[in-house]
Write a protein that binds this ligand. Structure first.
Ligand SMILES: NC(=O)c1ccc[n+]([C@@H]2O[C@H](COP(=O)([O-])OP(=O)(O)OC[C@H]3O[C@@H](n4cnc5c(N)ncnc54)[C@H](OP(=O)(O)O)[C@@H]3O)[C@@H](O)[C@H]2O)c1
Length: 210
C-alpha cells in the first residue's frame, strides 16, 4: 500500500488524479497540499499551504511517491517570472522536500515540446523543470508530456479554446502525438508511475498516453 503526494489537486488533471487515487486500492493515503481546501475524504490529508513558504519540517512530506500537476498560465501568473515560479520552482521545492523525507518516485505532468533550449518560453520552462527534477535524483522519475489536454474547465482560456476547436475538427487526420489527450488518461499514467515507481527515468510522450 502506497502513500502518494499530489500537488495540483484542485486543477483539471490533478482533480482526476485525486478521484482515481481515492478509489485505487493500492493507495492507502493521499497527501494533497493545496492553497484551496478540497472536499474531505477518508484517505485524504489536505494541508493548506503557501507554496512560497512550504513547511519543511511537516511530517506529511514522508510519502512513497509524488505526482505534480501544478501549473499556471502567463496570463494568470502576470509575468514570465511568476509563471516560471509556479511551473518550475514550486515543483522543484516539493521534489526536494519529499526526497529529503524519503520519497522514491516523482511523476511530473510536463508538456509536448519540453526543451530547455526551446525558443518558445513555455516549452523552455517545461524543459527546465524536467532538468532540475533530474538533479534531485529520485530512484524513479516519470515525465509525462501531453499535447493539448481535454476536459471541462471552469475557467475560459481563449487560446486553448481555439486550439481545441481546430484540433477536434482535424482529429481523425492528425498523427496521435498532436491529438487532444483526455485529462483522465494523463491522470492514470501519473498515478500508475507514482504507485509502481519503475526504476530510472521514463519519458511518456503524448502518443503513448493511453
Ligand atoms: N492546458 C493544456 O492543454 C496543457 C497541455 C500540456 C501540458 N499542460 C500542463 O499540465 C499541467 C496540468 O495542467 P492542468 O490543466 O491540470 O492545470 P490547471 O487545471 O490549471 O491546474 C493547475 C494546478 O496548479 C495550481 N496552482 C497554480 N498556480 C498556483 C500557485 N501560485 N500556488 C499554488 N498552486 C497553484 C492550481 O491551484 P489553484 O486551484 O489553487 O489555482 C491547480 O491545482 C500544467 O503544468 C500545464 O502546464 C497543460
Amino acid at each position: 500500500m502506497t502513500t502518494v503526494m499530489l500537488v495540483g489537486a484542485t486543477g483539471l488533471v490533478g482533480g482526476a488524479v485525486l478521484r482515481q487515487a481515492q478509489s485505487e486500492a493500492r493507495v492507502a493515503r493521499i497527501i494533497a497540499p493545496t492553497r484551496r481546501k478540497l472536499p474531505p475524504h477518508p484517505k485524504l490529508e489536505n494541508p493548506l499551504v503557501d507554496f512560497e513558504h512550504l513547511p519543511a519540517d511537516a511530517p506529511w512530506w514522508a510519502v512513497d511517491g509524488v505526482i505534480c500537476t501544478l501549473g499556471t498560465t502567463i496570463r494568470k501568473a502576470g509575468s514570465q517570472d511568476a509563471f516560471r515560479r509556479v511551473d518550475r520552482d514550486y515543483p522543484l521545492a516539493v521534489a526536494r522536500l519529499a526526497r529529503q523525507h524519503g520519497a522514491q518516485a516523482f511523476a511530473l505532468n510536463s508538456a509536448t515540446g519540453a526543451d530547455p533550449g526551446s525558443r518558445f518560453f513555455y516549452n523552455r520552462v517545461k524543459g527546465e523543470v524536467e532538468e532540475v527534477l533530474r538533479a534531485v535524483e529520485f530512484p524513479s522519475l516519470t515525465i509525462v508530456r501531453p499535447a493539448l489536454i481535454g476536459g471541462d474547465r471552469d475557467e475560459f482560456r481563449p487560446a486553448e479554446f481555439v486550439a481545441m476547436r481546430i484540433l477536434r475538427l482535424a482529429d481523425p487526420l492528425l498523427p496521435r502525438r498532436y491529438r487532444i489527450v483526455p485529462h483522465e488518461r494523463i491522470a492514470r499514467v501519473l498515478l500508475e508511475a507514482a504507485v509502481t515507481a519503475p526504476r530510472g527515468e521514463h519519458i511518456i510522450e503524448s502518443d503513448a498516453i493511453i
